[in-house]
Design a protein around this ligand. Structure first.
Ligand code: AMP
Length: 426
């Protein structure tokens, strides 16, 4: 076993991070914006455990996928259960739908969720082992309008980055069409086996679809003439896909059909899509999120009936990293630095904190230390607060406090009795 030094132990596990200060707030602000957009669009929240039985992912996401073969954090409990830290959200939510008999409720059910997910990938920029996703699912429905709704709501959220977003979209056809296409593709790769990159060879048997988005130059050449999925769709599937596109046009969502888009999870069929953006040089970003239809997932994990569904997962880390506006920053909040001087001042500060009820637009900074006025004022300036309220012993005796505007440096006396009202006026 790999032996850890003292230094190793005092570092977060590779690919996992601590969040404090502004970074912490940006994630919180992202959650609340995404949650609002989802709730304003008819979705309600769901939270499932961070672990599921390993089989849920093995059967749902599928053996032969990178996630299941290489990236899962599996553990065995003292009782001998085999559990896995969730690498994605959909399979667990489908397990919950089945367990609670949600199929007997009026359909569809529309959920949003958020939280940490775990994939043992090679850490690099935009790729973490503990990653954060915000997801949407519409379960128990097979109509193209729900595919369009999912794409639309996800688009609204990723647009908050301030970037131009393109939806790349494709159809994998039905499960049978997809299986027939995979066979065709396998045959094609076998015929061209001598020109396929070594690192792609194993996938000819395990998952030939993934060879389509290979980064290897020699494979890319072969891919140019590979049979196209879009040419292998049956009439029904083509009609379904066309209808999704008609809806997207109607709501002005810019999309691009990308025949090589297959996504890395086994449960998708019919519509699949990703949100991408391009830099000034025209280079495509990593996908900010993506999703698709997963009509067969319920049966894959052991349910007796299909539960047609469509969903998406957004990569919160990537969305925050590329955001170039202030949307996820904390710019709508008034910051107040509460300065208590001496024991009396700090005691008063305690009572001020006590009086403030929920005020969503207020962020209070307060350390209740013995530090003198100069020190506390300089901390207040550094903190990013807009105002300081100074509680000095002399003023307290007179029932007063000093309110100082930290940018204009103007200050005035305020009555301690009215402090709540004074704060809410800011
Ligand atoms: P997936 O669940 O694979 O469909 O991924 C959905 C989105 O999550 C992707 O488009 C990425 O934005 C994000 N994502 C996936 N894996 C990672 C990772 N290891 N680190 C950061 N973000 C990720």
């Amino acid at each position: 076993m790999f032996k850890k030094s003292k230094k190793d132990i005092l570092q977060a596990p590779r690919g996992m991070r601590d969040f404090t200060g502004n970074e912490y707030r940006k994630y919180q602000n992202f959650w609340s914006i995404a949650q609002k957009i989802a709730e304003n669009s008819g979705f309600s929240g769901i939270e499932t455990p961070i672990m599921e039985h390993t089989e849920i992912f093995q059967k749902g996401v599928g053996k032969g996928t990178d996630i299941v073969d290489k990236e899962m954090y599996n553990l065995e409990t003292i009782g001998g259960d085999r559990l896995t830290l969730r690498p994605e959200g959909t399979a667990g939510i489908m397990r919950s739908y089945i367990e609670h008999g949600m199929g007997s409720l009026p359909q569809p059910l529309m959920f949003y969720y958020s939280g940490p997910f775990f994939r043992h990938e090679k850490p690099q920029k935009g790729r973490y082992r503990q990653l954060y996703q915000f997801g949407l699912e519409i379960m128990g429905s097979k109509t193209p309008i729900h595919d369009a709704l999912i794409i639309q709501v996800g688009y609204k959220i990723v647009k908050k980055t301030g970037k131009e977003i393109t939806v790349e979209i494709n159809s994998l056809g039905s499960n049978d069409e997809r299986a027939a296409y995979i066979e065709k593709l396998r045959l094609y790769y076998k015929e061209n086996i001598e020109n396929i990159a070594k690192s792609d060879l194993a996938r000819i048997e395990t998952n030939p679809l993934r060879i389509l988005d290979s980064k290897e130059e020699s494979t890319k050449l072969i891919n140019k003439n590979a049979p196209l999925l879009t040419e292998n769709l049956g009439e029904e599937s083509q009609k379904y896909f066309d209808t999704v596109l008609v809806y997207l046009k109607e709501i002005n969502i810019p999309y691009k059909i990308v025949p090589s888009l297959v996504r890395g999870l086994d449960y998708y069929e019919h519509t699949v899509f990703e949100y991408v953006t391009f830099d000034e040089k025209g280079n495509k970003s990593n996908a900010l999120g993506g999703g698709g239809r997963y009509d067969g997932l319920a049966e894959k994990i052991g349910h007796s009936k299909a539960v047609p569904s469509v969903g998406l997962g957004l990569g919160v880390d990537r969305i925050i990293e590329i955001s170039d506006n202030n949307e996820f920053k904390d710019n709508k909040t008034i910051g107040i630095y509460l300065i208590g001087l001496g024991e009396q001042g700090n005691k008063k500060a305690l009572s001020v904190i006590n009086q403030i009820d929920i005020n969503e637009n207020l962020r209070l900074y307060c350390t209740l230390t013995e530090a003198n006025l100069k020190k506390q004022l300089s901390r207040a300036e550094e903190s990013g607060a807009n105002y300081a309220i100074i509680l000095g012993e002399e003023e307290i005796k007179k029932g007063l406090a000093i309110l100082k505007n930290l940018s204009t440096r103007e200050q005035k006396e305020i009555n301690l009795k009215n402090i709540k009202e004074e704060i809410s006026k800011l």
